[in-house]
Design a protein around this ligand. Structure first.
Ligand SMILES: O=C(O)CCC(=O)C(=O)O
Ligand SMILES: [Fe+2]
Length: 336
């Protein structure tokens, strides 16, 4: 269900390939959780990278648990077995997973399997609510402080989307490498501020999260509401304008880096021509406001159990100030 409507149909040939992004090193300022220059960068581009925000030892311990979980839960094809030598690249390049069970059509996991293993991607949604993952990313005091400084008072975090691994395709994997390797889209349900946190180093062209700078402003106006999924008839044209006109940036980085990104930004998993697994946790932040019930989400086709986001009962119209209610480094949220 996620992204089905939002995925663009723009011909790949007309798209721009991603460029590996070079982080400006002068944005942060001592004494500021988010400096004025960082706020300005975020407002203009729709993302902000905070390098090495997560403790490296805690991340390593988390990744050990994630790896064990994956080898327990992701079935391989036929009689194949996961290698216990995690560092032996040859043992896990060109993964061949067992066939996925069908998408649940009812029940608590409506719309998405608990674990996704397709092509070179594994999405461990079932780890999304594990205490050690929630504590590591959305409940990390440092991550939360930045999210609060940008967005304002936050809804308490109960889960993340999970841990997303992008595997190397391997010699016979024939991974597409150009713009057609990208799947530009926007996310649904209620979108304000999201994070992507790296659990291992992500060198260039190793699947780094890829985002179209400035696209949050275009896509914001292509919705009826400020945060709730509410695409206007102009949505597809707006997507085409972004995907044909903007060179996406691939965010390479280090273990523990956290990327904060605006929920309306067009984005994609990155081009992966490298040798490592791209390990990332994705999480959602929204304002603390009244939300719709689970039954209402199901009725609207916006039930995404694996995301920590809920539609606002009373969302603002997207016609006005797109930063209404955001704190943007100030002591009080804007427009409240
Ligand atoms: O894995 C990635 O880099 C992209 C994930 C994504 O687009 C999403 O969680 O909505
Ligand atoms: Fe997405």
């Amino acid at each position: 269900m996620a992204n089905r409507v939002a995925r663009t149909s723009t011909a790949a040939a007309s798209r721009k390939p991603s460029v590996v992004w070079a982080r400006p090193d002068d944005l942060a300022a001592t004494g500021h959780t988010v400096s004025p220059a960082e706020v300005e960068f975020f407002v203009d581009n729709g993302f902000l990278v905070k390098p090495r925000m997560l403790d490296a030892d805690v991340v390593d311990a988390a990744l050990d648990r994630v790896w064990r979980h994956m080898t327990d839960r992701v079935p391989l094809q036929g009689a194949a077995k996961w290698s216990s030598t995690r560092d032996d690249r040859g043992a896990w390049a060109t993964p061949r997973w067992a066939k996925m069970p069908p998408i649940p059509q009812a029940g608590p996991h409506l719309g998405r399997q608990r674990v996704v293993h397709v092509g070179a991607t594994v999405k461990l949604h079932d780890l999304g609510g594990a205490r050690f993952i929630v504590d590591l990313v959305p409940n990390s005091p440092a991550v939360r402080a930045v999210a609060e400084s940008l967005l304002g008072d936050l809804r308490p975090s109960t889960r993340t989307r999970g841990v997303y691994a992008l595997f190397p395709a391997g010699p016979d994997g024939a991974a597409p490498r150009g713009a057609d390797a990208l799947g530009p889209h926007t996310d649904q349900v209620c979108q304000q501020l999201n994070v992507c946190a790296y659990l291992a180093d992500v060198p260039p062209r190793n699947g780094g999260f890829t985002l179209y700078p400035g696209s949050h402003k275009v896509m914001f106006r292509a919705h009826r509401h400020a945060a709730n999924w509410s695409p206007l008839p102009t949505f597809r044209t707006a997507m085409r304008q972004v995907v044909d006109g903007v060179a996406p940036v691939e965010i390479a980085g280090d273990k523990g880096d956290v990327i904060f990104w605006h929920g309306r930004a067009v984005h994609s998993a990155g081009i992966h021509a490298g040798a490592r697994i791209r390990w990332a946790v994705f999480a959602d932040f929204t304002h603390q406001r009244e939300t719709l019930t689970e039954a209402e989400h199901r009725a609207l086709g916006q039930f995404e159990w694996f995301k920590d986001t809920r539609l606002f009962r009373h969302d603002h119209e997207a016609g006005g100030d797109m930063w209404r209610g955001w704190r943007l480094g100030r002591s009080r949220p804007r427009g409240c």
